[in-house]
Ligand binder design. Structure first.
Ligand code: IMP
Length: 426
């Protein structure tokens, strides 16, 4: 097991969720970004909610990379990220403005697709009329990515076309006709005209920015959104999001080959959660469910929905780590498990009379399995002051060791509280 300290990482690093998201990427990126020259988002849209708590305050970011608090790093929104200008300008930049955090180093790719008001309307409408719901965040992500794939999306650079007003008018006519909407071209034009002027200094070509940073041996950090099992191709389809959440998403967005990435950091909580629809084999029921939700603050940053908790699923974790060639695990919210008498971890799935420790299927596969658990003793102590592994109670160390042995990977970052300082770099 190779041990490489993440506190002084150098080169190219990527953070991806090895679960269903909501694992605390915001706080990890905020920590790692302190030595980053570039922080880049490569997937998702405003469906993502990255929470950051640091000396500037508490923030819920959706599109802006969580490295924005390091005034020395360039923060990039790549071409495969969906740009929701309502979220970016009316919410996220307002949060930064209030806290006097500069965004002069924010860059938005000119080729990124815009989420338009009709995408959000269609996302909600379609979901409402379905019996089997995906559980979408209604941020317009599915319809906007569908337009991108259909090659009819409006892109950031279209905002600066001389004929943007005509282009918008034509698209709104189509939307009103085919999706029975009642959109007003003049209202949307004036809203977007305002946005256009505001973001103009930030719009650029970002693939070359990232490529040249890597060539010049800068520290580049890729910030994933959601988790591997929400990946449209690899996840528990149809209960997935519409982008590539794994390592492949970086390749597609920035033409950076996975072998150019020195650290692939797979992030997970010390337990798991799932929001929206779709199976989760290790689902926790009853009082313990409510206790974890309360203690872990398991309410969606974007949607405000409760995240259902489950025991840490090592089958899930190991599969995601193997498929993405994870080099280091980051585990957050270990402190939430304190005071539990026993902690379960799922080590295998039972399907009929056989067992497996690898996920090779979609939602139907995951619905058909039963978890096989290993039960480990818990601990009572408050661990929020621990800064070294040796500060942790023996039971917590045993829990960490068990996960390391199972995945054959080092756990190099352990979150023991939400603050920037509440971390163990192992
Ligand atoms: P959509 O991407 O908004 O269409 O949502 C599709 C599914 O992915 C739903 O189950 C959402 O709850 C889930 N999802 C989307 N974004 C996130 C996220 O950032 N964290 C966790 N779940 C997410």
């Amino acid at each position: 097991m190779k041990k490489s300290k993440l506190s002084n990482w150098k080169g190219v690093a990527a953070v991806i969720g090895v679960d269903w998201g909501d694992s605390g990427k915001g706080r990890l990126i905020d920590n790692l970004a302190q030595t980053a020259d570039v922080v880049a988002r490569f997937n998702g849209g405003s469906n993502t909610g990255h929470t950051v708590k640091n000396k500037f305050g508490k923030f819920a970011l959706h599109i802006i990379p969580s490295g924005i608090f390091n005034s020395k790093s360039i923060n990039i929104v790549g071409k495969n990220v969906l740009v929701d200008l309502e979220s970016l300008i009316d919410d996220e930049l307002q949060q930064l403005k209030k806290a006097k955090v500069s965004w002069k180093n924010l860059r938005i790719d000119q080729r990124a697709t815009l989420v338009m008001p009709w995408h959000k309307m269609r996302d909600g409408q379609r979901e409402e009329s379905r019996n089997a719901k995906i559980g979408t965040t209604k941020r317009g992500v599915g319809p906007a990515y569908a337009d991108r794939i259909e090659r009819v999306g409006i892109r950031v650079r279209d905002l600066y076309r001389k004929d943007f007003k005509d282009l918008l008018g034509e698209e709104i006519k189509i939307q009103n006709k085919y999706f029975s909407l009642n959109l007003s071209p003049s209202k949307i034009y004036s809203q977007f005209h305002k946005y256009t002027n505001l973001i103009k200094p930030l719009v650029t070509e970002t693939t070359s920015l990232v490529k040249s940073a890597i060539k010049n041996k800068k520290n580049v950090l890729f910030e994933g959104a959601q988790g591997y099992f929400l990946d449209v191709d690899a996840g528990t389809y149809p209960f997935v999001t519409s982008s590539n959440t794994g390592i492949i998403g970086i390749w597609r967005c920035f033409d950076v080959h996975p072998t150019d990435i020195n650290y692939v950091i797979g992030i997970t909580k010390a337990y798991t959660t799932r929001v929206g629809s779709g199976p989760m084999p290790t689902y926790i029921k009853g009082e313990q469910r409510d206790w974890i939700i309360k203690k872990g603050g398991e309410v969606g940053t974007t949607s405000g929905r409760i995240r259902d908790p489950g025991w840490l699923d090592l089958v899930l974790l190991k599969t995601a780590c193997e498929n993405n060639r994870v080099t280091n695990i980051a585990m957050t919210k270990l402190d939430v498990l304190s005071q539990l008498k026993e902690i379960k971890v799922c080590i295998q799935y039972k399907i009929g009379n056989s067992t497996t420790d690898y996920i090779s299927g979609d939602a139907d596969f995951l619905s058909s399995v039963k978890p096989v658990y290993k039960t480990l003793p818990g601990w009572n102590e408050d661990i929020s002051k621990a800064r070294n592994l040796t500060d942790l109670p023996q039971e917590a160390r045993n829990f960490i060791k068990f996960v390391e042995n199972y995945t054959k990977l080092p756990i190099s970052f352990i979150g023991v509280g939400p603050d920037r300082s509440e971390v163990i770099y192992a």
